[in-house]
Ligand binder design. Structure first.
Ligand SMILES: Cc1cc2nc3c(=O)[nH]c(=O)nc-3n(C[C@H](O)[C@H](O)[C@H](O)COP(=O)(O)O)c2cc1C
Length: 336
């Protein structure tokens, strides 16, 4: 490992940015894993981490999918919560107000069933102060297209992001959250960036299924669900790597199975400027702050004076330069 500048007695500079939004620290909660942050407040000071990414909010209140909607899996969990939430008005009046009163930095996640609904959500949020960025959750079904998930189609993904970008104040970055359930994630990243995304969040859960061998029926009432946790970490690191290789100027908020500072470091070395901690919070509510402290120690041990120096470091000087899809010849050699 090449020695970098000395991190000094106060440790490495952890400040980071996601397009125009600047943050003093790089670890965030993940959408849907800490509601609007309030549940975590008894465990640590939310202003010490980068910020809270709120549960995806829709225009109207929703009760979500029927139960059971969680199942354990090896090194992960499967959920089919189905975007349960109070709707945008209640979110603004209660959750956003609570976060703003406490000076917590906030990335608001929004989800819609049509591009128009995405646009309406952005319009409703436009004049609300205290929003650092908008995360566009495009891993939801497009009702105008027989339920095809926006994130799986470049045209639909771009349409949703364009509707948000048009209706959001230009000083507030729009991050598009990508699904790993695609053949070519760089093509989707290209489409949403062309539609005006300032940054990318990746990855959302991947579609999975568990069958209960006692009942011999699917374990989830919704039959399939989203797989999260350490089981998906290698997929997530690969996705961040491929997209950073193809478009190094686009900031990435990386997530997928981060439990420790070293897990977070993998994402940073692959090209993420910040990370979200999701599933890990369910058995360690202090995980975001702990991961951030461990990441700082890991950067210092490796001689990094700043987080910024480590972003994408894993890609520098490789013998095989990635091609335009972010794949190196070494990756293409794998069996299977
Ligand atoms: C219970 C649960 C609910 C989630 N809800 C949302 C959501 O509302 N919006 C969203 O964009 N992602 C949602 N996600 C995905 C997470 O934000 C994250 O992208 C994914 O779980 C991978 O990170 P992790 O392995 O650290 O959990 C949810 C994940 C879980 C486990």
């Amino acid at each position: 490992m090449a020695a970098m500048a000395d991190p000094g007695p106060t440790g490495p500079d952890l400040s980071t940015s996601l397009a125009a939004a600047e943050f003093p620290a790089p670890v965030f909660t993940a959408s849907g894993c800490a509601a609007a942050g309030r549940e975590l407040a008894p465990f640590f000071d939310l202003t010490e981490i980068g910020g809270v990414v709120t549960k995806s909010i829709m225009m109207s209140p929703r009760s979500g999918r029927p139960t059971p909607r969680m199942a354990e899996t090896p090194s992960g969990m499967l959920n089919s919560i189905g975007l349960q939430g109070p709707g945008i008005e209640s979110f603004i009046a209660n959750d956003l107000a609570w976060l703003r009163d406490r000076d917590v930095r906030v990335i608001v996640s929004i989800a819609g069933g049509t591009a128009e609904e995405f646009g309406q959500l952005a319009t409703r949020l436009r004049h609300e102060p205290g929003i650092d960025a908008i995360e566009v959750n495009i891993s939801c079904p497009n009702v105008a297209s027989r339920g095809l998930v926006f994130a799986c189609d470049p045209g639909a993904a771009g349409g949703a992001v364009r509707a948000v970008r048009r209706n959001t104040n230009s000083t507030v970055p729009v991050l598009a959250k990508l699904s790993p359930d695609v053949t070519d994630i760089v093509a989707i990243a290209d489409a949403v960036v062309a539609a005006g995304a300032d940054g990318l969040s990746m990855i959302n859960t991947t579609l999975g299924m568990v069958i209960d061998t006692d009942t011999m029926r699917p374990a989830l009432a919704g039959i399939t669900g989203g797989l999260s946790g350490p089981a998906i970490r290698p997929m997530a690191v690969r996705a961040v790597w491929q997209v950073h290789a193809a478009m190094p100027q686009i900031p990435i908020l990386g997530m997928g199975g981060i439990r420790t500072g070293l897990d977070a470091l993998q994402f940073v070395l692959a090209g993420a400027s910040a990370v979200s901690v999701g599933t890990a919070v369910f058995n360690d509510p202090r995980a975001p702050l702990r991961v951030q402290q461990e990441l700082a120690a890991a950067l210092a041990e490796r001689g990094f004076a700043s987080l910024a120096d480590a972003v994408g470091y894993g890609q520098r000087g490789l013998p095989h330069r990635p091609n335009e899809k972010g794949q190196s010849e070494l990756m293409e050699d794998s069996d299977g």
